[in-house]
Every structure is written in C-alpha cells, then in structure tokens.
Design a protein around this ligand. Structure first.
Ligand code: CTP
Length: 399
C-alpha cells in the first residue's frame, strides 16, 4: 500500500551541501503521489535553484517572509496549517539552533514556530558540528519539544572527513515517512478515551473539595493519541490546560459527571484513566452558600470509582484499560494492588512525593505494571515524551 499518496508535505530545504539530495527527495515524494510545497532558505539557494525545485514539485516556491504576493495567496500560518507534516531536509546546525531557541527571523523558522504539526528534521553537517555540545543540547531540546529526528548517518562527508553527520538518503527518508503515515492510518480504526485533571465536589455553590492535579499528563496523552491517528476523547476536570486540537473535549466538574460522560462515550478500544478523582464527595450539597457561623462539620461519602466500574463492566469494558496510581510510598505494592483490585491491564505509577516530577511539573517518571509481564521503568523526561512512550506501547499492544 502507498501510504504517501495525497499526503501534504511542507519541505524546508536549508543551506547545506546535502541540499542536492532534496531534489531526489522531491522526485520520490511526487512519484508516490504526495503534494510537496517547498520553502527554500536564503542559503539553500546557493546550492540549488528555485527553478529546479519548482520544476520537480510542480508548485511555486516560498522563501521570503515578507513577500507580499505569496503572503496574500498563502501566508506563513496557512502554509503550516496546509501541511500534514513538515520535513526539514537538510536541517543545518544553524536552523537546528534557531528552532531550539524559538527564533523567527525568516520564513522557515517562522512557519515552524507557528506550526501545530509534526516536524521532522533530517540533520546534515560536519561530524564535529554534529558532536558539538551546543548542537547536542539543541537536538535534545528539540526532541523534548516533540520534533522527530531522522539520522544523521555515519560515512564520508563532502568536506573530506569521516563520521556521523551525513544526511539520510532520500529512499530511507521515504521509508520513514511511509511507516509514519502507515502507523497513523492503522490507528484510525481505534477509539481512545482519556480522563484527566482533578474533579471538584461542591459543598455549596462557591466551595468545593478537590484533588491536586494539573491535568498535564492526561492532556499530553490525548495529544499523542491524536497525533498517532486515534479518534480521541478527552474528559477533563477543571484545569488550566489548553484544549487539544483535533480531540473531542468534554469538560466536567464532579466524579459523577466524569463517570456519566465516560459511560456516554463507550464503547472505545482503549481507555486511560489519568484523572485524579476526588475519593469523597459531600453527602448533602447545600444549594445556598453556607454562612460562617463557627466550625463546620461536613459529612463525606465515598465517590464512584470510575475506573473500577468500567473495567469490571463485562459488556462495555474497553480492550485495553489503563489506570494511574499516584503514590507517596510503597509504590510497587500499592500499584500491584490497584492493578488487581481495579481489574486493569496496566497501572502507570508515579511517585508524587518527588517534587521534580508529577503534579505541576513538566516532567514525569513512571513505572508501568503490566498484568502479563514484568514491570517497566521509564526514566525522567518531559510529560509529552512520556505520553509518546506510553502510546508507542499501546500501539504495539493493540496490534
Ligand atoms: N480512579 C477513578 N475513580 C475514582 C478514584 C480513582 O477512576 N473515584 C482512578 C484514577 O483515575 C486512577 C486510578 O483510579 O487511574 C487510581 O487512582 P488513585 O487516586 O491513585 O487511587 P485510589 O483508587 O483513589 O486509591 P488511594 O487514593 O487510596 O490510593
């Protein structure tokens, strides 16, 4: 099957000797039926000409940020919205550095900064430049920002030196893109549901009890599932997170509302319960604001356990049920207990007593407890990358 047919590729060619390979890349993409729009940086035009690129891509070339003709027809925002994927090949050390600092001083860097799409970099540079600590830091930062990196390869370089830094061959880039899009189209048949954030249990119209949770990890999971082609529903308690584009967003307050919304959206193939659901609710909600007349005694009753109810529901249970466990001590013991008692396929545990991870942090460190195999630790990394690692494992479990 041709996974590249009708795919919209925005190719950014930077100024490096490997730019000549990008002409072959365009030829192969066109042969596969992809639509290719190209941005040429100023320096790339010292290696290849706009005429050769437009002849091969059968499209006009974009190069100037302040080109009134192009901006009127397709501005830098529309260009990035048009694309299914942005591919930077070759990606030079200079462009990599600019992207890692969020510079926007030309069309290529501005499009990337304004983009909400997957961006793949195909680095190409001298081995010393590739191995330079600054470049490594930039690459690591871009990885943490969800950029994909293809290559570079080891071999003889145009400058006469030998080592890592050669641009990956166009054929290999095509194979990479093909499996990238194949993965996405395979996953389109799956429906995923994620719960995220805290729940709020109101005492009266202005007061509530809640759990500590930023919702970040759940939102990142929904985003990663969506990026991997899943039809995704995110049911969220109150958070400060931005809605995830392309995901069905359902906002709730209480655990009961979260449960009802989850039930309303079943069946799904996979459900990830990352919400920090309040374990108790007020027995009797006061319709009027309670007046302050000394101490207040509240009667709390246990809330519905959303995860347990759904994982024990024989007719509606998703194929893959994943729970989270926020623990401050006895992580292994408590997580295994939750795996059994809540009838989950996996429990993803994090140690919330560690301030550098969990809760409001951008970072997390998790241990996955599987029903049928040994536990797996995923070391500290950005929550977006943790989400990608979890989704990778979800995909291999479903297939
Ligand atoms: N969960 C749920 N509904 C609840 C409580 C928890 O769906 N009423 C889910 C959470 O989303 C999470 C898992 O159950 O996936 C474990 O949540 P956690 O708060 O760690 O455990 P609890 O069951 O609340 O147990 P405890 O607070 O005693 O550790």
């Amino acid at each position: 099957m041709n996974n590249l047919e009708n795919k919209k590729i925005l190719l950014i060619i930077c100024g490096g000797i490997a730019a000549y390979k990008s002409l072959e890349l365009i030829r192969l993409l066109k042969k596969k039926g992809s639509l290719v729009k190209t941005i040429l940086t100023k320096n790339s035009q010292k290696f290849i000409t706009p005429l050769s690129v437009s002849s091969l891509s059968q499209e006009k070339i974009y190069s100037d940020l302040f080109d009134h003709e192009n901006e009127a027809e397709m501005d830098h925002i529309s260009l990035s919205r048009w694309a299914d994927l942005i591919l930077i090949a070759p990606a030079t050390a200079n462009t990599i550095s600019k992207l890692s600092y969020g510079l926007a001083d030309d069309l290529a860097s501005t499009v990337c900064l304004a983009s909400n799409k997957k961006i793949l970099l195909v680095p190409s540079m001298n081995v010393r430049m590739w191995e330079h600590k600054t470049n490594k830091e930039n690459i690591n930062k871009l990885k943490s920002l969800n950029y994909g990196i293809i290559g570079p390869e080891i071999g003889d370089m145009a400058c006469g030196e030998y080592g890592e830094g050669k641009m990956t061959e166009p054929k290999e880039i095509i194979n990479y893109l093909s499996s990238y899009f194949k993965n996405i189209s395979n996953n389109k048949k799956y429906k995923a549901l994620v719960t995220a954030g805290p729940t709020c249990e109101f005492i009266d119209p202005v007061r509530f009890i809640s759990n500590k949770s930023s919702g970040k990890q759940g939102y990142e999971l929904a985003n990663s599932l969506k990026n991997n082609g899943f039809e995704t529903i995110l049911i969220s308690g109150p958070t400060n997170q931005q809605d995830v584009e392309g995901v069905k967003m359902i906002k709730v307050n209480s655990a009961k509302e979260m449960y009802d919304a989850t039930m309303d959206n079943l069946p799904v193939d996979i459900a990830i319960f990352s919400a920090a659901v309040s374990d108790w609710k007020i027995e009797n909600f006061n319709k009027e604001k309670i007046k302050k007349n000394g101490d207040l005694n509240l009667s709390l009753v246990q809330n519905i356990d959303i995860l347990s109810n759904i994982s024990k529901n024989n007719s509606l249970r998703p194929k893959l049920v994943i729970g989270f466990a926020a623990e401050t001590d006895n992580l292994v013991e408590n997580s295994k207990k939750k795996l059994d008692e809540k009838n989950c396929d996996w429990i993803i545990a994090n140690d919330v007593s560690n301030n550098e991870i969990g809760f409001d942090s951008d970072y997390n460190e998790i241990t996955i407890f599987y029903r049928n195999k040994n536990l797996e630790k995923i070391s500290k990394m950005k929550k977006s990358l943790i989400a990608d690692k979890i989704v990778e494992r979800v995909i291999s479990d479903l297939n």
